[in-house]
Each structure stands twice: as structure tokens, then as C-alpha cells.
Design a protein around this ligand. Structure first.
Ligand SMILES: *[C@@H]1O[C@H](CO)[C@@H](O)[C@H](O)[C@H]1NC(C)=O
Ligand SMILES: *[C@@H]1O[C@H](CO)[C@@H](O)[C@H](O)[C@H]1NC(C)=O
Ligand SMILES: *[C@@H]1O[C@H](CO)[C@@H](O)[C@H](O)[C@H]1NC(C)=O
Length: 397
């Protein structure tokens, strides 16, 4: 499946990846970890830099209007608003705050005596281009979110005051991943926030959050991924999410509990944009393997790019991913590889997995493409869902 592969050191690969994607004029800007800083290969006298040695940069977002060119940086305990030459315009302190992962917000001394000064890590920093707002979610207060002004990052337009648990959005732990995107299925529809978050407690791994009606940021009236089996088995390390045509994709790795080695594996999942119940949710493994058979199983970064050299003049989308091997400590090693996947191949595989699930009920032996939780999930839903995403031709058999 990989189209091509080279081996490079991890840091070289990350630089190369960002260069490559700039060069291909990639339509989607996904920066799981944003750092705005000069490096040896970018002399700081040529390129603008923004350096802060008192915090940790965690996410980066751009103003939707390239003519404005403003840059937002989500950091530990800080949000920055920079002008196009990376000069700071505004900043806002988001932490540290008195908090505890064991307590539900609002946290007070009486209802939460164990609360301590806690750093607020930026877990999501997203632009809502339809309402021209910035969405920020931190690790404190169970991962609740704010809407902020794109003109003044310090101006909070909305904050969940007395949140209910469906409004806890981001992972409440600095080391548990959270990804998301703002998208709408149709110009007549309200935009929604899709979120993928690693396991911390009983929260869905993937959910759709409403941004327009009360309760804001809740998945109550929208959708969440129902999982068969224990939630803790869905301990995803989310790496990225993106929308393409009528689908939203999530990329993550987690332990493959069905294999004897229980080794980590990278997956890509796809759900229809306007699927109110995630009936269309399908996930398939994504394998980055060298010619000698070595498997780089942990996805570290990924970008969707458009290749120009397609026959017939049709642009084809390519997923470019950096994968690492795993150290005994569960952390990614420095050894890494770059793998490219044609999105159409991935879609074809997702389609055949989907068709298999619905037609065979996923019960045929020896098919390892589908996790059994997914089979249970899908086979319990074998009635034609009304998703408007032309779900299944195979289902009308
Ligand atoms: C951090 O930045 C400040 C002001 O920009 C500077 O005075 C200080 O020396 C820097 N500290 C380190 C350790 O680089
Ligand atoms: C997060 O991971 C880092 C690096 O492994 C570790 O040093 C740190 O203690 C972890 N933080 C928490 C709160 O577990
Ligand atoms: C996947 O299935 C959908 C609908 O069933 C179809 O429109 C699409 O072309 C298929 N994609 C590929 C790559 O086969």
C-alpha cells in the first residue's frame, strides 16, 4: 500500500514534511504540534521568528483570511496572537489554575479540597471560519472550551460556565492526545466540531459537538461513537483529523488487543460528515513497512497533499505520514520512516471493509481487517441509515 518510502532521522523528517507540504501547496493545514521558532536550517535573519523561553508551544492556527495573515499559538498557560511577521499583538494567560482531574468544574476549595495549582495545556486551537471565532480548549476543568474573538485572543465570547459532562471536550491530561476540526456538511447546515480524544475516563473517543445551540460544545444532540466493549480498550493516541469531500477522517494508533503481541498499530477511520449516528464509521489499519519488512507502527505526523503529476489531469490526494517504531517505554523512537498513501486506495479499502461488514455481518472467519468491536457495532446497525452519504449500495441486496 505505501507508495514510496525513505528513511531519515526523526527531526529531519519533520522539517522535510513541513517543507514538502508547503511546496505542494497543501490545502489543509494540520499542525498537531506547532512550534514557531527558528532552527539551523532557517537563519533567523531571513525568516521571522517568535521565541518564548518561558512556555511550551502546543498548537498553531492561522486566521482564515490570508490577507490578515494573523497567527495564533496555543501554549502551556498562554495564548498568543501574532501578526504576519510573528510580532506579538496580544496574549492571554489561561493558567495555572486551581484544579484537579478528580473534580468537576466549577472547582472550589469546598467541593475539591485536593485541588492544586495546575498548568493549563492547550489541547485544541481551532478557527471556526463560518462564525469567525477561535475555539480554545485546555486540559484543566475537564477539558472545557471557550469561543474567542479572532481580533482579540484575550476576548472570551463564550465559556461553558456550569458544564455538564457532555460538554467536557478535550482530554483532561497533558499527555493524552486530543484532535479536532470545525466543518459543516452543507452551506445550509450549522458547522460542528468533530473531536477525537484519548482515553481518560468515560468519554467517547470520537464525538460531534454542536457550536450553535445550547448546550454549546455538547454532543448530546449531535453524535458520539458508541463502542462495543470497554471504553478503556479504545485508548487511542490521536494524531490528526481532517475533512475531505463528504467525510471526516481520524488518524490514531492504539494497542491491537486482538493480536497475540498486543502491539500498537496505526489506524485511519472515516465517518460521513452528516451522519447523525456514526452508522458510517469504519476504521482500517494503516501499515508503514520497509522493504526488509520492518514495521514503523506509530504515526507521528500526517498531512494530506495533492499530487500534480496524475494521469488524465485529475489531482489525486496523498496522505504523507511520518511513522516511528516504539521504545520499550511506549514512547516513539528516533527511528522513523515516511510513508505515502493514496487516499483513493484508503477509501477503497474502507469501502470494502464497510461492504463486508454489512453484507457478511463481518462474521466470516479469518478477516483481520475489521476489529471485532467494529463488527459488533456495525452488525447491530444493519438497517439502511439515512445519512445522505450514499452509504451502501451493497446493503440493498
Ligand atoms: C529568556 O528570555 C528572556 C527575555 O527574552 C531573557 O532575558 C533570558 O535570558 C532568557 N532565558 C534563557 C534561559 O534563555
Ligand atoms: C507526561 O509525559 C512526560 C514525558 O514522558 C512525563 O515526564 C510527565 O510526567 C507526564 N505528565 C503526567 C502528568 O503524567
Ligand atoms: C466508496 O463508496 C462510495 C459510495 O458507496 C462511492 O461513491 C465511492 O466512489 C467509493 N470509493 C472508492 C474509492 O471506491
Amino acid at each position: 500500500m505505501p507508495l514510496g518510502m525513505v528513511r531519515l532521522s526523526s527531526s529531519a523528517v519533520k522539517t522535510l514534511l513541513s517543507l514538502l507540504l508547503l511546496a505542494t501547496g497543501c490545502p489543509l493545514m494540520l499542525f498537531p504540534i506547532g512550534t514557531v521558532q527558528g532552527s539551523d536550517s532557517f537563519p533567523s535573519n531571513i525568516y521571522p521568528t517568535f521565541i518564548r523561553n518561558d512556555t511550551l508551544f502546543e498548537h498553531l492556527a492561522l486566521h482564515p483570511d490570508p490577507d490578515v495573515g494573523r497567527v495564533y499559538v496555543g501554549a502551556r498557560n498562554r495564548l498568543f496572537q501574532l501578526d504576519p511577521s510573528l510580532q506579538p499583538e496580544l496574549q492571554d494567560a489561561t493558567g495555572p489554575v486551581t484544579d484537579s482531574r478528580d473534580c468537576l468544574p466549577p472547582v472550589t476549595e469546598t467541593n475539591c479540597p485536593q485541588a492544586r495549582e495546575t498548568s493549563n495545556h492547550n489541547k485544541l486551537l481551532l478557527v471556526n471560519p463560518y462564525s469567525m471565532e477561535l475555539i480554545t480548549c485546555g486540559s484543566v476543568n475537564q477539558g472545557i472550551c471557550q469561543k474567542r474573538s479572532l481580533d482579540s485572543v484575550d476576548q472570551v465570547l463564550f465559556s461553558t460556565e456550569r458544564p455538564v459532562d457532555t460538554q467536557y471536550v478535550a482530554a483532561n491530561h497533558p499527555n493524552v492526545s486530543t484532535v479536532g476540526l470545525v466543518v459543516r456538511s452543507h452551506p445550509d447546515k450549522q458547522p460542528v466540531l468533530f473531536v477525537g480524544r484519548g482515553y481518560t475516563s468515560s468519554h467517547p473517543p470520537i464525538s460531534t459537538r454542536n457550536l450553535a445551540q445550547d448546550p454549546i460544545f455538547s454532543y448530546e444532540e449531535t453524535a458520539k461513537l458508541a463502542v462495543a466493549g470497554r471504553l478503556s480498550e479504545y485508548d487511542h493516541n490521536f494524531v490528526a483529523s481532517f475533512a475531505h469531500r463528504q467525510h471526516v477522517y481520524f488518524l490514531f494508533y492504539r494497542r491491537d488487543l486482538k493480536s497475540p503481541s498486543r502491539e500498537y498499530r496505526t489506524y485511519i477511520s472515516r465517518v460521513c460528515l452528516d451522519d447523525q449516528a456514526y452508522y458510517s464509521y469504519v476504521e482500517v489499519p494503516l501499515t508503514c513497512r520497509s522493504r526488509t519488512g520492518k514495521i514503523y507502527n506509530l504515526l507521528q505526523a500526517v498531512q494530506l497533499g495533492v499530487s500534480k503529476e496524475d494521469v488524465g489531469g485529475r489531482a489525486s490526494e496523498t496522505l504523507v505520514g511520518v511513522f516511528s517504531t516504539r521504545l520499550a517505554s511506549n514512547r516513539p523512537s528516533e527511528e522513523s520512516a515516511l510513508c505515502m498513501f493514496n487516499l483513493e486506495d484508503v477509501d477503497r479499502r474502507i469501502n470494502s471493509t464497510r461492504d463486508f461488514c454489512y453484507t457478511q455481518m463481518g462474521k466470516e472467519a479469518g478477516v483481520e481487517a475489521i476489529s471485532s468491536a467494529n463488527i459488533e457495532l456495525m452488525s447491530s446497525l444493519c438497517s439502511p441509515p439515512d445519512t445522505g452519504c450514499s452509504l451502501l449500495s451493497a446493503m440493498q441486496v
